[in-house]
Every structure is written in C-alpha cells, then in structure tokens.
Design a protein around this ligand. Structure first.
Ligand SMILES: C[S@@+](CC[C@H](N)C(=O)[O-])C[C@H]1O[C@@H](n2cnc3c(N)ncnc32)[C@H](O)[C@@H]1O
Length: 273
C-alpha cells in the first residue's frame, strides 16, 4: 500500500484508452470531457460499474455518452491501516465514517465540478434523505454530472454533511448495508435519460411517471399463452383505439395502485413539482 491516494478509477472509454501518464479527472478526449459524469465515493470501488456496465448503460459508457469516476475511500484513510471509521460519539453499536477522511476524498472529487449544485449535485445516499424519483433523475440528467457519497456501517459523521452542504437522497424506506446499490439504481435511472443512451427516445416519454401515470400493461407473442389471449384491441391495427386503451389502462392502474399520484393528477399538479 502506498502513502499517496490512488487516482480515481475511470470507467467507460478511458478504460480502453491506453496511456502511460495518469490522466487528471476532467482531462481526456474532448468528447469524454464533455460527457455527463458520475463520480462515486465508496469503500468498495470494485462494486463499480457493476450493473451499470451491462446492456444499454454499459454500451453508453463504452461509447463515451457518459463517464464514471470511482474514488476509493480507503485511499484517504488514516495511518498505516488506512482507517476510515471510528466508534460513534456517545456510544452505541457499529462504526461511523470519519469526517476528516471523507473530507479528503471529497476534495479529491471536486476538480472540474461546477460550483452550481443544480448543475452538479453533491449527494449522500441515505435512508434519511429525500426520496429519489423520476423528476430527480430528469434533473440530474439535465445537468453536467453528479457526485455520490456511499455510506457504510452506521453512516457518516454529520459534520462533513453540514460542512459540504451535502444533499441526502434515499432510494426508499428501507435500510441497505451500504450506498453502492442505491448509487447504481439512481445512476441507472439517470443515465438512461441522457440523449442517445436509449435507442428509442420515445420509450422514455410513454413509460411510468413520464406523464404522472403508471405505464399501461405490455404484451408480446405468443398471441395466446396459458389460455390467455393478448387484448384484442392491441392486435386490431387501430392506432387511435390502441392509444385510447393504453391511456385508460394507465389511468385505472394509477388510480388503483398509487392514490398519491392520482391525487396529483386530479389536482392537476404537474409530475415535476
Ligand atoms: C446500514 S446503513 C446506515 C443506516 C443508518 N444508521 C440509519 O439508520 O439511517 C449504511 C449506509 O447504507 C446506505 N443506505 C442504506 N439505506 C439506504 C437507502 N434507503 N437509500 C440510500 N442509501 C441507503 C447509506 O449510505 C448508509 O450510510
């Protein structure tokens, strides 16, 4: 183990661009310097790109439509053992990630990020945070990038959140072991909204939450399965009738399953707000 922190590991086109000189974070081929960028701080860098390296998000990463820098928290740890955590002040179970260690990692993650947090949010994945939703994914995708701090153990020292004015965002009302799965879920939802990542852009306009509605049911071949036929209207070729049927189904599903979304629709509150 060396005394100097390792360079953040970058994924995507950088991983197939041979270079003897370590590249600074926002340098690199011009297309990658402009690409939407995710910067993830984690105790487990090997967890990335994980599922983000597969399928459409993985292909987009390889094509340089977005870029991923992974910063290992252990590199900024204290002493010979690179200690990153300590016992909670006031007692209690578990360990807490240290403010001074996280501060060093956050300093390393800062180069090239705009000061305007609307363009590049700084986020701690946390069950206490504001719930992540499609509007958040859309807002993040419209910016230049995002920095995500993954917690572990009992979480992070509150002072680093206050000092850096870090926004807390939650994947849902449950407790994960660490922030890595939440980071990948949020990045997946965000990256697929970056222009060019999905082959068919129309698919994001019709899917769940786009219009404040859940999506209508989908069917494909075979025409009859286990005695269940595809609804007749879908094979009628009547596009107006199909659109009407899908909209009615979306309304019925939203009303039955999501009274919160339904109330917003009734009150004509746009899904973005
Ligand atoms: C075991 S959890 C800590 C939970 C914390 N002691 C609490 O009760 O709020 C460890 C880490 O997992 C991540 N995490 C857990 N649940 C999450 C959620 N629902 N959304 C986002 N991140 C979560 C956070 O980064 C957190 O620091």
């Amino acid at each position: 183990m060396t005394d100097t922190p390792e360079k953040p590991r970058s994924h995507g086109r950088l991983r197939i661009t041979p270079s003897l000189t370590p590249r600074a974070l926002m340098e690199g081929p011009p297309d990658l310097a402009r690409a939407w960028r995710a910067r993830v701080l984690t105790l487990f860098p090997e967890a990335f790109p994980g599922t983000l390296g597969l399928s459409l998000t993985g292909k987009a990463l390889d094509l340089g439509l977005w870029a991923l820098d992974v910063i290992g928290l252990r590199d900024f740890g204290e002493g010979r053992h690179r200690t990153v955590d300590d016992t909670p002040a006031g007692g209690g179970a578990g360990m807490v990630l240290r403010a001074d260690v996280l501060d060093r990692a956050l300093q390393a993650a800062r180069p090239g990020t705009p000061a305007d947090r609307r363009l590049w949010p700084l986020v701690y994945l946390s069950p206490r945070g504001r719930p992540f939703d499609q509007a958040t994914a859309r807002a993040w995708a419209a910016g230049a990038g995002v920095t995500l701090l993954c917690g572990r153990f009992e979480g992070v020292d509150q002072r680093v959140l206050d000092h850096w004015e870090i926004e807390e965002v939650s994947l849902g009302d449950f407790v994960l072991t660490g922030g890595e799965i939440a980071a990948q879920a949020m990045l997946d939802a965000t990256v697929r909204l970056i222009p060019g990542v999905l082959g068919n852009a129309a698919s994001t306009e019709e899917e769940s939450f786009a219009q404040g509605l859940l999506e209508h049911p989908q069917y494909t071949r075979p025409a009859v399965w286990q005695g269940r036929p595809i609804p007749e209207v879908l094979t009628s070729g009547n596009h107006a009738a199909i659109a009407r049927w899908r909209h009615d189904q979306a309304l019925a599903l939203t009303r039955a399953r999501r009274p919160d979304l339904w109330a917003r629709l009734q009150a004509r509150i746009p899904p973005e707000t």
